[in-house]
Design a protein around this ligand. Structure first.
Ligand code: PRP
Ligand code: ADE
Length: 178
């Protein structure tokens, strides 16, 4: 059942206090990736949500780096493609980019100009929502590309940091909340 799958997932998320900086509790997903049943449960729950709420989606867009772990699995289940939003300087050819800040730093996100079609219906995916800086930047990139963002999918949402409020124009679906 869905709640059994959620239990499997929750058990495999490991907290590390004061990583990478003092005051941050890092939510480590490595045990989740190591357990094939837990990893399949993540894809199952995302697939169920998308089939119910966003059957019109045509592309999954994953965020560097940990969005790449979950996005392609989901895209394959749905029979649609996957595109990468990367940290600046990693992608060849014409790109568009946008700067952003996150829970413990700053960065610049970039996508290839031809990764998304104008008007294409996309879902963004990442492992975790903290301040929302990263997903907000990805939404900005999608706006520049004239893509239609249906929503954001994350495994983990850190509620205290109010990332979902920052992404107000874009509904967030999370599996586990802290
Ligand atoms: C982490 C995480 C999210 C982002 C969330 O990535 O995987 O992408 O931070 O934080 P925010 O909501 O405050 O923006 P990080 O930039 O550490 O990079 P990594 O995936 O390459 O480890
Ligand atoms: N990315 C931003 N904040 C994080 C946290 N607390 N744990 C894991 N990844 C993160």
């Amino acid at each position: 059942s869905s709640s059994e799958k959620l239990d499997l997932i929750v058990q495999k998320i490991r907290p590390f206090p004061d990583f990478p900086t003092a005051g941050v509790v890092f939510r480590d997903i490595c045990p989740l990736l190591k357990d094939p049943k837990a990893l399949a449960a993540v894809t199952d729950l995302f697939e169920e949500h998308v089939r119910q709420k966003h059957p019109e989606v045509r592309l999954i867009v994953g965020l560097d780096a940990r969005g790449f772990l979950f996005g392609p699995l989901l895209a394959q289940r749905l029979g649609i493609g996957f595109a990468l939003v990367r940290k600046k300087g990693k992608l060849p050819g014409p790109t568009v980019s946008v700067a952003y800040s996150l829970e413990y730093g700053a960065a610049e996100a970039e996508i290839q100009e031809d990764a998304v079609e104008p008007g294409q219906k996309v879902l963004l995916i990442d492992d975790l929502l903290a301040t929302g800086g990263t997903l907000y930047a990805a939404c900005e990139l999608m706006k520049k590309q004239q893509a239609e963002v249906l929503g954001c999918l994350v495994v983990i949402e850190l509620k205290d940091l109010k990332g979902a409020e920052r992404l107000k124009s874009c509904p967030v679906f999370s599996l586990v909340q802290y």
